[in-house]
Design a protein around this ligand. Structure first.
Ligand code: FES
Length: 283
């Protein structure tokens, strides 16, 4: 019940979050899209895991430490912890916006609320940090960081909604088993260099003929579930038509984001007029 009430509150924020989201996407899209290597790095393609959540624990931990140090009267140490929190919050924001610019609809709306709250918290922490650099302690510097902490916790909840409830940046194949036995495709005619959608039992695949060989990956893009058969062949990869993730055809390895997870790969054999596939990756 509490969750449903919070979700209704978040859904009601579209009147400001939608236009602000468009602005954020324009700004960060202009920053990241011309440099795909930077965006890939910030998405976490090299890491095989989204980078943003791997960084966010640092500022949250630093702010908890600062809170404890403030309560025990250790002003200098609390200031240092807040400084660490601010630096890592900025790094987390850089990575988070790389994921955010590929969001749409409700996920973008929630992402805008999440990032806006974090920006407000960052302002509170920055002011507190600057005040703490002064010689004279002030109760306001502690109150500002405490309010910032409460906002961070609220915003982290919204970030959790994005991942655990709306499935943002999760692997679309996390629970996909099966496909490990040779199974016939429902198509026999695969033209050269053209992605073809085909079924093999319960699995939906994209199959591509490259010269004399056939390559097959699962058709559902690991990023946000678009159909790879509607994408295009780029060199040795297939590019998803939705947000441009690329997977190597010969093994499903993700080579360009925003996807950070590999695509299930199938080996293919042709015999007696039939095409059969069998999954090669193990999860
Ligand atoms: S669904 Fe986003 S890149 Fe494929």
């Amino acid at each position: 019940m509490l969750h449903n009430a919070i979700e209704r509150i978040l859904e009601a924020q579209g009147f400001w979050a939608d236009p602000l989201g468009k602005l954020f996407v324009t700004i960060f899209g202009a920053l990241y899209r011309p440099v795909p290597a930077l965006k890939d790095f910030l998405n976490g393609v090299w890491f095989g895991h989204p980078l943003h959540p791997a960084i966010t624990d640092v500022p949250i931990g630093a702010y908890v430490v600062a809170l404890v140090l403030d309560l025990s009267g250790q002003r200098s140490a609390a200031t240092a912890a807040i400084g660490v929190g601010i630096v890592f919050m900025l790094l987390a924001a850089l990575a988070g916006y790389a994921d955010y610019i590929d969001l749409e609809g409700k996920t973008r709306q929630f992402g805008t609320v999440h990032s806006s709250l974090m920006l407000v918290a960052l302002v509170f922490y920055l002011i507190s940090f600057l005040m703490r650099l002064g010689a004279v302690p002030s109760p306001a510097e502690v109150w500002l960081s405490f309010i910032g902490f409460l906002i961070v916790i609220g915003s982290a909840y919204v970030g959790g909604e994005l991942v655990y409830n709306l499935g943002t940046q999760v692997d679309r194949h996390a629970w996909r088993g099966g496909g490990t036995k040779w199974t016939a495709l429902d198509v026999t005619d695969i033209p050269a260099d053209k992605p073809v959608k085909a079924k093999a039992g319960a699995q939906t695949l994209v199959v591509v003929r490259r010269g004399t060989s056939l390559e097959a990956l699962h058709d559902v893009c690991a990023h946000q579930g678009c159909s790879l058969s509607e994408g295009k062949i780029v060199g040795e990869t297939i590019e998803c038509g939705c947000h441009g993730s690329r997977y190597r055809l010969r093994d499903g390895l993700v080579v360009r984001g925003p996807a950070v997870f590999d695509q299930p790969h199938f080996e293919v054999r042709e015999a007696e007029g039939k095409i059969e596939v069998r999954r090669t990756d193990t999860r």
